[in-house]
Design a protein around this ligand. Structure first.
Ligand SMILES: Nc1ncnc2c1ncn2[C@@H]1O[C@H](COP(=O)(O)OP(=O)(O)OP(=O)(O)O)[C@@H](O)[C@H]1O
Ligand SMILES: [Mg+2]
Length: 441
């Protein structure tokens, strides 16, 4: 709905902008018709109206459209897209995160939100605006003389044609350039992260050559892209020059034949110069939109994977009565052909203590992970007090299981918040007891 309102406001703003040039034409014509001393007396009202449009109406409309864009749409829309994506991603299974870099996923979420908003806003703000602008310019030209519209119409076709030619090519090359940049970045980061190893092996020369190669590739790819953008700029400038010269020339010729007024020449030349000014801007906007759409597609590919471990609809919470755990003929091999756990049966009676012993890689951690339902079994069932763990909510299941992990990890928050993470309702004395219990007090 806000985008709809923006469309309407954009429409009116474009009309007002075009009207300014219409005023210019009128002024030229008016000064010609009337003897100078009578000018203000005769045309005072019309002049006052023009001044009102320029001084009051236009600023008000532009303020309105700015408010809509920068207050109503921009912050809210971006935040909403990011929030929805985060809500989805944070519920993804563990394997989703193991198959990708956390930093990359987070980056995708931040970028997709911004790009999606940017492309939507630009389409409404820039393309729509320029469309209306050009359309109403053509109507004004036609009112003077239909032939005056010809150069602009031809130009619009050529312009769209050159967009169609250049934009996909620029996009393609800028994608390649950004790939090369990632590669360079990767090599540098790899070196810094493993700096101790690098120094131990003292392969400075070799390491430099490795990075230098990526630098060169990056430069070549960037040049490939800038060649395209230069070509685009030059083509556009030539087209624009033609538009201005042909329109002005045609205007003068029509005026010579007595078909249009001097005011019409002022109007048409002024509008055409304004349109050519905007054309460079629009070319970049269209470029940006395509790039944004690419980013959104990439982001969607990363983010919109189906969730691998989901709660059944209206799954009940797990209810612990005795604490009996049964593994019934379970099979799990991380989605591979075989291995890890194949056909395991195990019953743990309430209160029973069990130790699992085995060499590294035997599958001890895996067994605990499937009990926590961090992964879904490939075959078999796990029951706790007779309830299949795949049928109850993941939260209620994990909430009932205490785990001391092999690796410790602290969330990037205060120690107190980390301590309270498992039991947010714990009292001050509980916290202190835990601190002393861990000999950390
Ligand atoms: N995320 C994963 N994706 C694919 N295979 C995995 C994954 N995690 C573990 N594995 C494989 O599953 C097997 C069992 O690993 P697991 O971590 O359960 O062993 P473990 O008995 O806990 O070993 P350790 O004593 O070293 O902790 C190993 O062969 C391991 O390579
Ligand atoms: Mg382990």
């Amino acid at each position: 709905p806000v985008l709809g309102v923006m469309c309407v406001v954009g429409f009116v703003v474009a009309l007002v902008e075009v009207a300014l040039f219409d005023f210019l034409g009128r002024l030229v014509d008016l000064t010609k018709d009337v003897p100078a001393p009578d000018f203000f007396a005769r045309h005072g009202r019309e002049l006052a109206f023009m001044a009102f449009v320029a001084l009051v109406a236009r600023p008000t409309l532009i303020a309105l459209s700015d408010l809509l864009m920068h207050q109503a749409v921009t912050p809210g829309l971006t935040a909403r897209i990011r929030w929805q994506q985060h809500q989805y991603v944070v519920r993804q299974s563990l394997s989703f995160f193991q198959n990708d870099y956390a930093g990359r996923i987070a980056n995708r979420i931040m970028q997709t939100g911004a790009s999606l908003r940017e492309s939507a806003v630009q389409i409404v703000d820039a393309l729509w605006y320029v469309g209306v602008y050009t359309g109403s310019a053509l109507i004004l030209f036609a009112q003077a003389d239909w032939r005056l519209t010809l150069p602009l119409v031809v130009w619009v076709f050529l312009y769209i044609g050159s967009l169609a030619f250049f934009v996909p090519r620029v996009k393609d090359r800028s994608w390649k350039a950004s790939e090369a940049r990632s590669k360079l970045m990767g090599r540098i980061v790899d070196g810094y992260t493993n700096i101790a190893t690098l120094k131990l092996f003292a392969h400075t020369r070799q390491e430099e050559a490795y990075v230098a190669e990526a630098v060169q590739e990056n430069v070549a790819k960037v040049r490939g892209m800038t060649r395209m953008t230069t070509g685009m700029d030059v083509t556009l400038t030539v087209l624009n020059g033609l538009l201005v010269v042909v329109t002005a020339g045609l205007g003068l010729w029509l005026w010579q034949k007595g078909l249009i007024t001097v005011g019409d020449i002022a109007l048409s030349t002024g509008l055409v110069i304004r349109i050519e000014n905007m054309s460079g801007w629009i070319m970049w906007v269209v470029n940006g939109i395509f790039e944004d759409i690419g980013t959104v597609q990439d982001g969607m590919e990363t983010v919109a994977k189906p969730n691998a471990v989901v709660d059944e609809p209206r799954a009940p919470a797990l209810r612990i009565t005795h604490g009996k755990v049964e593994f019934r003929d379970i099979h799990f091999h991380y989605g591979k052909q075989g291995g890890v756990i194949a056909g395991l049966d195990l019953q743990v009676e309430p209160g029973e203590k069990i130790g699992l012993v085995g060499p590294s890689g035997a599958g001890k951690s895996t067994l605990v992970n499937v009990l926590l339902r961090l992964y879904d079994l490939e075959e078999g069932r796990i029951l706790i007090d007779g309830q299949d763990i795949a049928r109850v909510t993941q939260e209620s299941l994990r909430g009932q299981i205490g785990v001391v992990t092999q690796d410790t990890s602290l969330l990037h928050r205060s120690i107190r918040e980390n301590l309270l993470y498992g039991r947010p309702e714990a009292s001050e004395s509980d916290v202190l007891a835990a601190v002393h219990g861990a000999r950390a007090g």
